[in-house]
Design a protein around this ligand. Structure first.
Ligand code: HEC
Length: 206
């Protein structure tokens, strides 16, 4: 009996391992959860580094809370669990959940690549822009229409370099930034109305 149970258990854990590895950052579903977390949940949970979650049954306890802040996850238990796991990871590691991403060599992101960093239901973006060494840069956003956008540029250590609202002219927003600490950076966008980001360029300024 116990042997059978063991076999069943093994079978099950094998199933979960193959379907959903712990850091399945490369699966589209998980990337989407990371983006949802880092745009929606981040409003309150960014940089929470308090160690483990409060309760052993924290997932069951927090499901309603998660749905209150992200109703689109209703009926999607996997999404609720991923969002929960991302917060656990942030609390324990004091870091953004690892994402699978590539940075274009010329640091010009075209529309198709940028679509990976937004979700189908919101038009917020959370874009890992990769390593920036210290110095001055010009960031340029090209949008599909003129809108106001809240722009954040944050380091992997949660240092905020930019946190401001910009209105585009000729569908462009240009912002000069100065990076003090070399490291990985993330660009977060909250457009005031749904809009697609057509292009992102980051170039060192002269
Ligand atoms: C308006 C602020 C706010 C937003 C937005 C928000 N939360 Fe929370 N959340 C809280 C507060 C406050 C607590 C209770 C204190 C704590 O543990 O940080 C909490 C607790 C939790 C807990 C339990 C933590 C523990 O230690 O037991 C989880 C899990 C959680 N939130 C997940 C999420 C997820 C996922 C999202 C996004 C869908 C989200 N929250 C959005 C404010 C927020």
């Amino acid at each position: 009996m116990t042997k059978l149970f063991g076999v069943l258990l093994l079978g099950f854990s094998g199933f979960f391992l193959s379907v959903r590895p712990v850091f399945s950052g490369e699966t589209p579903a998980f990337t989407e959860s990371v983006i949802i977390f880092n745009t929606i949940c981040a409003k309150c949970h960014e940089a929470q580094c308090s160690g483990r979650l409060s309760f052993d049954d924290a997932f069951e306890r927090s499901r309603n809370h998660i749905l209150r802040h992200y109703n689109q996850a209703s009926g999607k238990k996997y999404l609720q669990k991923e969002l929960f796991d991302i917060l656990s990871y942030m609390k324990e590691n004091c870091a953004y959940y690892p994402m699978h991403f590539s940075v274009p060599l010329n640091r010009i992101w075209a529309n198709d690549l940028l679509q990976k960093y937004t979700t189908s239901t919101d038009s917020n973006y959370f874009i890992p822009v990769g390593n920036l060494s210290s110095g001055s840069y010009d960031i340029e956003l090209e949008l599909e229409k003129n809108v106001k956008v809240n722009v954040h540029l944050i380091s992997e250590e949660f240092e905020i370099v930019v946190d401001d609202c910009y209105k585009s002219t000729d569908q462009r927003i240009k912002l000069p930034v100065f990076i003090e600490e070399s490291g990985d950076y993330y660009l977060r966008l909250y457009p005031k109305e749904a809009v697609r980001l057509a292009r992102l360029t980051i170039i060192p300024s002269k």
